[in-house]
Design a protein around this ligand. Structure first.
Ligand code: THU
Length: 140
């Protein structure tokens, strides 16, 4: 795939791996790391954070997205997500919708075998996101 960004998919996966080490997962023992690439070339990471009230678990992707927005970033080019080593960790439906809010065409980088696996959020993972109005979700 044509990758027009200064941070490579491999580097993004590596940063997600580092973020994964901070995961708080006493209930699932399933650590996830995410690394979000801004249009400006910055990388903001997140990990999953669980709770004794299981349903409150915060996914790594939404942790990265909310951290980025709190820092004033809203334009994203790509996100890398890692779970079990070597297995694609596909984002859950809630995280796909959360990503689409900011960029319906976000690139999603996963680890599967030796080469990064790159999906288009709009084409591959969430072709029809919820929107209050059909024209509402844009990357402008
Ligand atoms: N999890 C994520 O962090 N991202 C996802 O897209 C799916 C699941 C987390 C939530 C929970 O802490 C653990 O993985 C097991 O479901």
């Amino acid at each position: 795939m044509d990758w027009p960004h200064s941070v490579s998919p491999e580097e993004l996966l590596q940063k997600a791996r580092v973020a994964q080490q901070a995961a708080y997962v006493p209930y699932s023992a399933f650590p996830v790391g995410a690394a979000l690439l801004t249009e400006g070339g910055d990388v903001i990471t997140g990990c999953n954070v669980e709770n004794a009230s299981y349903g409150l678990a915060l996914c790594a992707e939404r942790n990265a997205l909310t951290t980025a927005v709190a820092r004033g970033e809203k334009k994203f080019a790509a996100i890398a997500v890692v779970g079990r080593s070597g297995e694609a960790c596909l984002p859950c439906g809630a995280c796909r919708q959360f990503m689409a809010e900011f960029n319906p065409a976000l690139l999603v980088v996963l680890e599967e075998g030796p080469e990064p696996l790159i999906y288009h959020l709009d084409l591959d993972l969430l072709p029809h996101p919820f929107a209050l109005r059909s024209e509402e979700l844009t990357n402008d």
